[in-house]
Design a protein around this ligand. Structure first.
Ligand code: ZN
Length: 125
């Protein structure tokens, strides 16, 4: 076998491996989207049930708490704070007092937390 054919075969194999990896990545992404969709379905079902039954939607309980990214055992107050953060308008940025990273100032939120080091900004929302 000539060197030229060997090089060509090696390129073909590398190309097939890359294509296979791409397909694997797509399958993984699809599985993640399906999980997200199932969570949203559960949240919507819970919201519709709360609406129809006249019960208050429990933000700190599954599935809404999971959707909000809250830890297990979060309080209703923590859930409300998290929800307000997701809805708050960004009105500017401030430097983190601890690590110097730029932190978004959220309207109506008094003590934003640095997403990098966890320090709290002490200021008016
Ligand atoms: Zn920081």
């Amino acid at each position: 076998m000539s060197d030229s054919i060997r090089r060509h075969d090696a390129r073909a194999v590398a190309s097939m491996r890359a294509a296979h990896q791409g397909i694997s990545d797509n399958i993984q992404s699809l599985a993640e989207v399906r999980q997200e969709l199932e969570m949203l379905r559960r949240v919507v079902r819970t919201m519709v049930y709360a609406q129809v039954s006249g019960e208050a939607l429990a933000l700190h309980e599954d599935p809404v708490s999971t959707w909000l990214g809250l830890p297990v055992g979060a309080t209703p107050e923590q859930a409300m704070e998290r929800l307000l953060r997701t809805q708050a308008k960004v009105v500017g940025t401030s430097a983190c007092p601890s690590c110097g990273a730029q932190i978004q100032d959220l309207e109506g939120i008094a003590n934003e937390q640095c997403q990098w080091c966890g320090a709290r900004l002490e200021q008016e929302g």
